[in-house]
Design a protein around this ligand. Structure first.
Ligand code: SAM
Length: 390
């Protein structure tokens, strides 16, 4: 979308067209809708309105429906935007550390996913965005949602950072060929991230960031939402918690676990219960901290499964009762599946070269009952644990 088309979409005519397109989108055939709207409006404006309507419909996945219905998006901006729950968690942590009203610069604000939540958390926020259209979209979103945020179209790397209590930065992690995993290929690059982390900053990074990249004195926080790892953020200066290097935070509950809770590795024999840690706990290298919460230990020093003798409710891991322990032998497993009338079989695996789909097909589940097979190494041997979720 051209900047001029976006501006036209925010004129009286454009706003009316967008409202009509959004209301009809999903209810009316898109081709017929486009044809109808083009009778009264220019084709490029109709195309832009339909794209916005499509993105608004999609955006309920990341944003509150009432916000999504009022926001503006670019395709890239939507894909890179932080999900609302994660953005709110980060903004509230910043506001708690800095105090309401503190000034914060959001140095790569995109379409404003984080920016809006920073403002809503009571921070005085200025967004900086290098792409002109994206900056205009961020400003339009702040206005549409009624939040007091400034947006500047500028390069973050040359923006004067003096006067801000903290900076937030969410570098672009997409290149021409999709997602970028190498931190040196972030935009702005890793060297700039390190510069920010030498002061008071919060930088969003990919969850796969190698732990050795985390600078000394910086806290890394991995965040999952409903069990799915969404991102990691690096906290420095006044924002880092004393002595914490690694943290896992689970949303929506906000339950949090750190390396200060970690007693170190305990490996023990299989007990009556198995626990599968949350992805954020695994990424943060805190499986043994989660094990301590259930009074358990690792089944194997290099595999992220925990075993314990008791059923303990914990947000940090999913628990299972171990019903049976079987050697990994496909014929014997097929017999087990047949004898127990298993028809719906979930296969999970860790630390063994087994393909769950192939194993499921090979054991031919045909019965009425449901079961979970966890394939892993127990005492060095590939083993199947028949597990019943708690
Ligand atoms: C991952 S997105 C930010 C998403 C944002 N946090 C949100 O929730 O909507 C990164 C943004 O950084 C912008 N960017 C990249 N390099 C920049 C630079 N040097 N200065 C300012 N913005 C930059 C990109 O244009 C992109 O919009």
């Amino acid at each position: 979308m051209e900047r001029a088309t976006f501006d036209a979409l925010r004129s009286v005519e454009g706003a009316g067209l967008l409202a009509e397109a959004s209301a009809a989108y999903g209810r009316e055939d898109e081709f017929a809708l486009g044809t109808r709207l083009r009778r009264a409006h220019a084709p490029d404006l109709v195309a832009a309105a339909l794209t916005q309507a499509r993105l608004r419909a999609r955006a309920v996945d990341k944003f509150a429906p009432a916000d999504a219905a009022r926001m503006f998006f670019t395709v890239d901006g939507y894909e890179q935007a932080t999900r609302v729950r994660v953005a709110r968690h980060r903004a509230e942590r910043l506001a708690a550390a800095l105090g309401r009203g503190a000034t914060v610069a959001d140095l790569c604000c995109g379409i404003g996913g984080d920016l809006v939540e920073l403002a809503r958390a009571g921070l005085t926020v200025t967004g900086v965005e290098a792409d002109e259209l994206t900056a205009a979209v961020a400003a339009a979103n702040a206005a549409a949602l009624g939040v007091p945020a400034q947006v500047r179209h500028a390069d973050a790397t040359t923006t004067d950072r003096t006067g801000y209590a903290a900076v937030v930065c969410d570098p672009a992690r997409r290149g021409g060929r999709g997602r970028v995993f190498d931190p040196d290929a972030y935009r702005p690059p890793w060297s700039f991230v390190l510069e920010l982390l030498a002061a008071t900053a919060c930088v969003k990074v990919a969850p796969g960031l190698p732990h050795e990249r985390i600078p000394g004195g910086v806290e890394a926080e991995w965040v999952s939402e409903r069990g799915e790892v969404k991102e990691a953020a690096l906290w420095s200066g006044d924002l880092a918690c004393d002595g914490v290097r690694r943290r896992a935070t689970l949303l929506p509950s906000g339950a949090t676990l750190t390396d200060r809770d970690d007693p170190g590795p305990v490996v023990r024999p299989l007990g009556a219960y198995l626990y599968e840690p949350d992805g954020a706990v695994i990424r943060a290298g805190l499986v043994t901290a989660a094990a301590a919460r259930v009074g358990g230990g690792l089944l194997d020093p290099s595999i992220a499964y925990v075993t314990a003798d008791a059923a303990v409710g914990t947000p940090f891991a999913r628990g299972y009762r171990v019903l049976d322990t079987l050697p990994y032998d496909v014929k014997a497993l097929r017999r087990y599946v047949r004898d127990h009338g298993i028809g719906v079989l979930t296969v999970k695996k860790r630390g063994v070269g087994v393909e769950p789909e192939k194993l499921r097909a090979a054991v031919r589940p045909r019965g009425e009952r449901t079961a979970t097979f966890v394939v892993t190494r127990v005492a060095g041997a590939a083993t199947v644990l028949v597990a019943d979720p708690l």
